[in-house]
Design a protein around this ligand. Structure first.
Ligand code: NDP
Length: 524
């Protein structure tokens, strides 16, 4: 990850309508929404809230542009994303500054977001065709002997992507990349809390040669998002489980398929033989990076009894050393602001609930103010249990509740005692045992001696079990979901009549029954 210095001036960005660019913002806005920097409280821009008519107009333009975009093929679409990579690198400071200004995150957290976006462009530019080329199906049934059977993928047409506020580039635009590479047009609804980065995306895609209308930016709030769902052929949503339910209900009205990446409560299981230095560094980082506002954050830690005291002492020392405040330059701070104002109350409520039920605060535990910004201190909680919200509900802040467990069996039981199932991690020097335990964890991904980094393995599906999601991003499903499948079957040796066709006769039926018995008796 590169960490170049970025200017500290706040950027004032206003959304523009009716862009002639490859990416277009809608027109017909009814009101404007202001955007603030959570690290300073300053206003950094404003956007227009598009109404249902404006969203429909954007959808019409996107549908009109889609056949041409689909027709140019994978190579030409890949070239657009390769040009976008260069544009992003040339404009890295503007991107980083905009992300930092609207989220309040650190330079390094923004840098990681940019690095992941670049990887995403490169991956899909190179691999989209491989996933979507025609597949020859081996038709072994005697009933289809002599037929050539093919599965092919056709873009759904118009994909709607709804993004959250924690990663305004990666969790919004990176889900558009495979949709676009598949030959779809896309409408993107960024979070009203952090919508400004997407205007740089629009500029980037225009400069990179994306045809006008193919990417529409639908700025606004939840109502704009709901209107968008009514107008698209597929919905990709990232955000809370509660809103995910609403999105799926809305999509069901038109039987529009949807993929949902929702909340998590990722457990970290630390076994007695773990490398303690790595485990404690990782616990501090993966629970507090991006201010703890990562859907795949470490949200709860289970430590085996023999190493519990040592683990706690080491991790406390590391968390106490973390610096918090507005980013001024690379390396200036580790834990950024709380991006979304209501989130501060949720974090506070989880800590208060834990303390009321007997938990102890080892460090942190309260709001912090740096300049005019909103922060929550990096916090460690102990003496926690599953009666407390901090162990069962998504906190989405810089908190680390740590629970002592008797053994690995108890850790697995507690890890699985949860309505969420996004990701998990196991920490041990015994990789084989770690893998065995990982296979018993009810989550879409479980890492051994790591957390979060599977997100950058774009060939591997990333999605949640239980209430953490429906469907997945990345891997083959990450692009095929944006397509309709079509089966082609070509009879290369057509006869006048198949034996099972009319008219029926006793002799032919008996013959077919005997043939069926012959084939299936031999099985197994
Ligand atoms: P939401 O799930 O409410 O918002 C996500 C996106 O959905 C935003 O663009 C939002 O628009 C939009 N939206 C809201 N209502 C609707 C609707 N009815 N139809 C269509 N789109 C809609 O997340 P919040 O911002 O409210 O965060 C709440 C919680 O979500 C957090 O506490 C955290 O636990 C979790 N979260 C999870 C994330 C993840 O990566 N999985 C990311 C962010 C939050 P708008 O912002 O304009 O309201």
């Amino acid at each position: 990850m590169s960490t170049e210095t970025v200017e500290q001036q706040p950027v004032e960005i206003e959304s523009s309508n009716g862009s002639e660019a490859g990416a277009s913002a809608g027109s017909g806005a009814v009101e404007s929404i202001s955007v603030e920097n959570p690290a300073t409280g300053e206003s950094v821009g404003s956007i227009e809230k598009l109404d249902a008519d404006a969203v429909r107009a954007l959808a019409d333009a996107a549908r009109a542009a889609q056949p041409g975009w689909s027709a140019i093929g994978f190579r030409a679409r890949g070239a657009v994303f390769n040009r976008a990579r260069r544009w992003l690198l040339d404009n890295r400071e503007r991107f980083a500054r905009t992300i930092i200004d609207e989220t309040g995150k650190t330079n390094e957290d923004a840098g990681l977001e940019l690095a992941v976006a670049l990887e995403s462009f490169a991956y899909w530019a190179k691999h989209a065709e491989k996933y979507l080329r025609d597949e020859r199906i081996s038709a072994r049934s005697p009933m289809v002997l002599g037929r050539k059977v093919i599965t092919r993928y056709e873009p759904v047409g118009l994909v709607g992507v709804i993004g959250p506020w924690n990663y305004p580039l990666v969790n919004a635009f990176c889900d558009c990349v495979p949709a676009l590479m598949a030959g779809n047009s896309v409408l993107l609804k960024p979070s009203e809390v952090t919508p400004l980065t997407i205007f740089l995306v629009a500029e980037m895609m225009e400069a990179s040669g994306l045809p006008k209308g193919v990417l529409g930016i639908a700025t606004g709030d939840g109502e704009t998002g709901a209107a968008m769902i009514d107008n698209v052929d597929y919905v990709m949503f990232t955000g809370s489980t509660a809103t995910g339910r609403k999105v799926m209900e809305r999509a069901a009205r038109n039987l529009t398929p949807a993929s949902l990446e929702l909340g998590g409560k990722d457990p970290m299981i630390v076994l007695a033989d773990a490398n303690l230095e790595r485990a404690t560094n990782a616990a501090a980082y993966f629970s507090m990076n991006n201010g703890g506002q990562v859907c795949i954050s470490v949200e709860r830690v289970y430590v085996e009894e023999p190493i519990y005291d040592e683990f706690l002492a080491k991790v406390t020392e590391k968390v106490k050393a973390l610096r918090q405040g507005p980013d001024s330059s690379p390396g200036s701070t580790e834990v950024g602001a709380v991006t979304f104002a209501p989130q501060l109350s949720i974090i506070e409520a989880h800590v208060a609930d834990a303390v009321a039920k007997g938990a102890k605060i080892v460090t942190g535990g309260k709001r912090a103010e740096h300049g005019g910004g909103r922060y929550f201190e990096p916090t460690i909680l102990v003496d926690v249990d599953h009666s407390m919200d901090c162990m069962t509900e998504e906190t989405f802040g810089p908190t680390m509740p740590i629970m002592k467990v008797r053994d690995a069996e108890q850790a697995i039981e507690l890890a699985n005692d949860c309505k969420y199932g996004l990701q998990a991690s196991v920490w041990t020097r015994d990789n084989a045992r770690g893998e065995q335990i990982a296979r018993r964890i009810e989550a879409g991904a479980c890492l051994v001696n790591d957390a979060q980094i599977n997100y950058a393995a774009f060939g591997a599906p990333m999605g949640g079990w239980k209430t953490s999601g429906v469907g997945s991003r990345h891997g083959s499903n990450g692009i095929r979901k944006y397509c309709k499948t079509q089966t082609l079957s070509v009879n290369r040796m057509p006869t006048k009549r198949e034996p099972y066709m009319f008219p029926y006769s006793k002799r032919t039926t008996n013959l077919l029954n005997r043939a069926t018995k012959f084939v299936h008796r031999r099985a197994g």
